[in-house]
Design a binder for this molecule. Structure first.
Ligand code: IMP
Ligand code: MG
Length: 180
């Protein structure tokens, strides 16, 4: 285990199993509907690449990079698009792939922004969710794991751009960010 990790919250094997289940569910729900998987950079990259290989219907891939200002552990709710999607989503079935839903502000604003572009449907899958932290009325349409209010890293999730390459979801030792 990494020296800055206090505990492994979700082990690699459990993530793999759950991602497999999500892939099956999504494949059956979107049968006959051309699906655009819209990954949110950078946190969702690992989840995205595992999930797309568990989906057995045709998919289109695309990405958006967004940042929400605030300190590095909290979302400000101001969503800025750093990179927009390359294609017109009008008439398409869009599934947003996110790493974690925390306050919910990022997803709330993103969904509002994308729905104005007239997709045939717009849903989201989030690997993780911290329901205790929610400040607006939104929930993931598909969810990997509901977790307690702890700051986690790994499997794509970062703290100050580090730890994304850990193969598990781990709780960061509070002393690592205590200086911020
Ligand atoms: P929200 O707008 O508060 O829902 O924030 C969602 C974003 O905050 C996520 O996409 C992550 O980038 C970041 N975030 C929230 N909680 C964590 C965490 O525990 N670890 C790493 N990033 C997090
Ligand atoms: Mg994110």
């Amino acid at each position: 285990m990494h020296e800055n990790i206090a505990e492994i919250l979700i082990a690699e094997g459990r993530i793999g199993e759950r991602v497999g289940e999500l892939g099956k569910q999504i494949s059956s729900d979107y049968q006959g509907k051309p699906l655009l998987l819209l990954g949110i950079l950078k946190g969702a990259i690992v989840f995205y690449s595992d999930l797309m290989r568990q989906i057995n219907i045709p998919v289109y891939v695309d990405f958006m990079a967004i940042s929400s200002y605030g300190n590095s552990r909290e979302s400000s709710g101001i969503v800025r698009i750093n990179k927009d999607i390359d294609q017109n989503i009008a008439g398409k079935h869009v599934l947003i792939v996110e790493d974690i839903m925390d306050s919910g502000l990022t997803m709330f604003k993103l969904k509002r922004l994308l729905s104005a572009r007239d997709p045939a449907s717009l849903k989201c899958v989030s690997l993780l969710d911290k329901p205790e932290r929610r400040v607006c009325e939104i929930n993931p349409d598909y969810l990997g794991f509901s977790i307690p209010d702890k700051f986690v890293v790994g499997y794509g999730l970062d703290y100050a751009q580090q730890y994304r390459n850990l193969p598990y979801i781990g709780v960061l030792k509070p002393e690592v960010y205590a200086m911020m």
